[in-house]
Design a protein around this ligand. Structure first.
Ligand SMILES: Cc1cc2nc3c(=O)[nH]c(=O)nc-3n(C[C@H](O)[C@H](O)[C@H](O)COP(=O)(O)OP(=O)(O)OC[C@H]3O[C@@H](n4cnc5c(N)ncnc54)[C@H](O)[C@@H]3O)c2cc1C
Length: 280
């Protein structure tokens, strides 16, 4: 039998983690696949499960001091329905998995799974999201890009839970998200792209560009973004080849069962072109 503990609240969950090495499970849509051993066999969990999907403290969405706070166990379908959630994040979530899976899967699970193909990640990187990580003794807040260190790898400590995702409550004038998969639904990304921008007086005043599935972690370059900020929109069309050339060396995908590296690279750079052309 697989052992598990269902804490009454977040404090009890953190105290359990401090005493017992355990595996947090929210919706289980990643974990149950990763640990499956075949029909009729129990999944291969080497530690007790700690159920966190029901914890009230992790199910809240609120806006405070100019930031959107999203609990780690908020379901993907709840993100789509909530009017505080930015449209660019909703665009990504609507294309994840299927409606039934989105009623189990959580945003925290997507982040902690740390897949380069995780579909909430390009937006979270582009939006400068911070994560709150709590243990029974301490709390720390770090940018999402410092949390994920490689495919499936994070700086999460064994006694910590991701409790909250904090996104600056900023509305961008241009929101762009594209996912390229084998099908429209129920398929992991071959490539994904988030573009956010602000345009004032015909000039780019802010731009964020993030690529998924093309490197060990999400690709974003503040240096290249800074080189675009301040340009008149009328000059973007001519600048597109130069911007694409700057990003090209950062796009280092792999060949795998879902796609070839060459296809991923070409399509990602075309998505960048498409986003930039839409700004004009
Ligand atoms: C059929 C199918 C289709 C899918 N399609 C997509 C897709 O289109 N796009 C996509 O990005 N993903 C997809 N996924 C993957 C998965 O559904 C998502 O990554 C989902 O958001 C994971 O959330 P979860 O709550 O189920 O995570 P879980 O499986 O519960 O957990 C995932 C990992 O995160 C850890 N964890 C979870 N919550 C916390 C927390 N608060 N603190 C610390 N650690 C935590 C767990 O220990 C585990 O290691 C798909 C999966 C399936 C089965």
């Amino acid at each position: 039998m697989v052992e598990g503990f269902r804490p009454a609240d977040l404090q009890e969950a953190l105290e359990f983690m401090a005493k017992h090495p355990s595996i947090p499970i929210a919706g289980g849509t990643d974990l149950m696949i990763q640990k499956a051993r075949g029909f009729g066999l129990k999944p291969d969990f080497n530690k007790p499960l700690l159920f966190i999907g029901h914890l009230r403290e992790l199910r809240q969405i609120s806006v405070r001091n100019g930031n959107i706070h999203i609990g780690a166990s908020v379901l993907l379908n709840e993100l789509i329905k909530n009017d505080k959630i930015p449209e660019a994040l909703k665009m990504a979530v609507r294309q994840m998995a299927s409606p039934p899976s989105r009623n189990l899967a959580t945003i925290g699970g997507n982040i902690c799974n740390a897949s380069p193909a995780g579909d909430t990640l390009p937006y979270l990187y582009a939006a400068d999201a911070f994560l709150v990580l709590k243990s029974s003794q301490a709390e720390r807040k770090i940018p999402v890009g410092k949390f994920i260190t490689g495919p499936g790898k994070t700086t999460l400590k064994s006694d910590e839970l991701l409790t909250e995702i904090i996104i600056p409550d900023k509305v961008f004038s241009a929101n762009y998200y594209k996912k390229v998969g084998t099908r429209k639904g129920m398929s992991l990304s071959k490539a994904s792209f988030t573009g956010l921008a602000d345009i004032e007086s015909e000039k780019i005043t802010d731009i964020r560009i993030a690529f998924g599935s093309v490197a060990p972690t999400i690709v974003r370059s503040r240096e290249i973004e800074a080189s675009i900020i301040g340009k008149p929109v009328s000059e973007i069309k001519n600048a597109v080849p130069e911007i694409v050339k700057k990003f090209a060396p950062l796009i280092r995908p792999i060949d795998d069962a879902r796609s070839s590296a060459e296809y991923r690279k070409q399509v990602s750079l075309r998505l960048l072109e498409n986003f930039l052309m839409k700004l004009t």
